[in-house]
Design a protein around this ligand. Structure first.
Ligand code: CP
Length: 317
């Protein structure tokens, strides 16, 4: 794996290997063993042009637990504010002998642009670009589903909310289809349905109750107002009444269904707080799993094909 820019088109064998490698790391996420020496001497730069809580922090923790040196660039206070171009900034950071950039940017295609211009040997990992892709979020979601439910093949997975503006939904659909998930449903008001989404093998629903019927996994998405740019917005109250996940609506799903959300959660807009904090919610497990999945990705882009990952917790203890 040279870069990780998208989950689209990734072969099942590679997706499975990333999740398996993350599984080998998830045992070292606990408090007893904090570090493995796989990336000692390597330097990773987090380049976040958009706000982030979970992604930036778990990439940083992942790098630290792999023993890499990690730098967080505060782009707002960098010399780009004095007119330095993105490419000049990259050349200068590369001159500091970095090995990888983790990139978040508001523009779709930004991570790919940086990957195209990165020096040979410098890896780029997309931490979310515009509406396009958020591959590590999709991988940690797939990891969480597999961990909670076992095999993906028999599952019905419903993705609910602002699918039109969601890089997470797009990456989830590609990853889950690539991994052979049984049925993927997209539930959204007509104005928030991306054109042609059915061509990705997704069943589209406008009616939430119908779409939730018998689902094993429900993934809620927030309204991504920062990417709507003047679109006709539903009011938050109106959206909650039609697409908010309540305890009552959850009864339509499989009795052991799990509830997921990539965060940040807007309580009372897409998710009733009683569901967000309820027994079916695995939202905080997703965050924890993000560390192991990002450890897997970073070890694979910087250390070869994942062969360097420990086969068991004993190997690193
Ligand atoms: N899920 C996610 O990308 O969260 P952050 O924006 O906090 O990184």
């Amino acid at each position: 794996l040279r870069h990780l820019l998208t989950t689209e088109g990734l072969p099942r064998e590679l997706l499975t290997r990333i999740l398996d490698t993350a599984g080998s790391f998830s045992g070292v996420i606990g408090k007893s063993v904090k570090k493995v020496p796989l990336l000692r001497g390597r330097t990773i730069i987090n380049l976040f042009f958009e706000p982030s809580t979970r992604t930036r922090t778990t990439f940083e923790l992942a790098a630290q637990r792999l023993s890499a040196d990690v730098l967080n660039i505060d782009v707002a206070s960098s010399s780009t504010s004095k007119g330095e171009s993105l490419l000049d900034m990259l050349r200068n950071l590369e001159a500091m002998q970095c090995d990888a950039f983790v990139v978040r940017h508001a523009d779709s295609g930004a991570a790919e642009f940086i990957a195209r211009h990165a020096a040979p040997g410098v890896a780029v990992v997309n931490a979310g670009d515009g509406r396009h892709a958020h591959p590590t979020q999709a991988l940690l979601d797939a990891f969480t589903i597999r961990h909670e439910k076992g095999a993906l093949e028999p599952l019905t997975i419903a993705i609910v909310g602002d699918i039109l503006h969601s890089r997470v939904a797009r990456s989830q659909i590609h990853a889950l289809r690539g991994l052979g998930a049984g049925e993927i449903r997209a539930i959204a008001p007509r104005t928030l349905q991306p054109r042609g989404i059915e061509q990705l093998g997704v069943r589209l629903y406008e009616d939430m109750d119908a779409g939730l019927e018998g689902a094993d996994v429900v993934i809620m998405l927030r309204l991504q107002r920062e990417r709507m740019r003047g679109a006709l917005l539903p009011s938050e109250g109106e959206f909650f009444s039609r697409y908010g996940l309540t305890e009552q609506r959850l009864e339509r799903t499989h009795p052991q269904a799990i509830v997921m959300h990539p965060g940040p959660v807007n309580r009372g807009v897409e998710l009733d707080p009683r569901v967000a904090d309820g027994p079916r919610s695995v939202i905080l497990q997703q965050v924890t799993n993000g560390i192991a999945v990002r450890m897997a990705v970073m070890s694979m882009v910087l250390g070869g094909q994942g062969e360097a990952a420990p086969a068991s917790i004993e190997e690193v203890a």
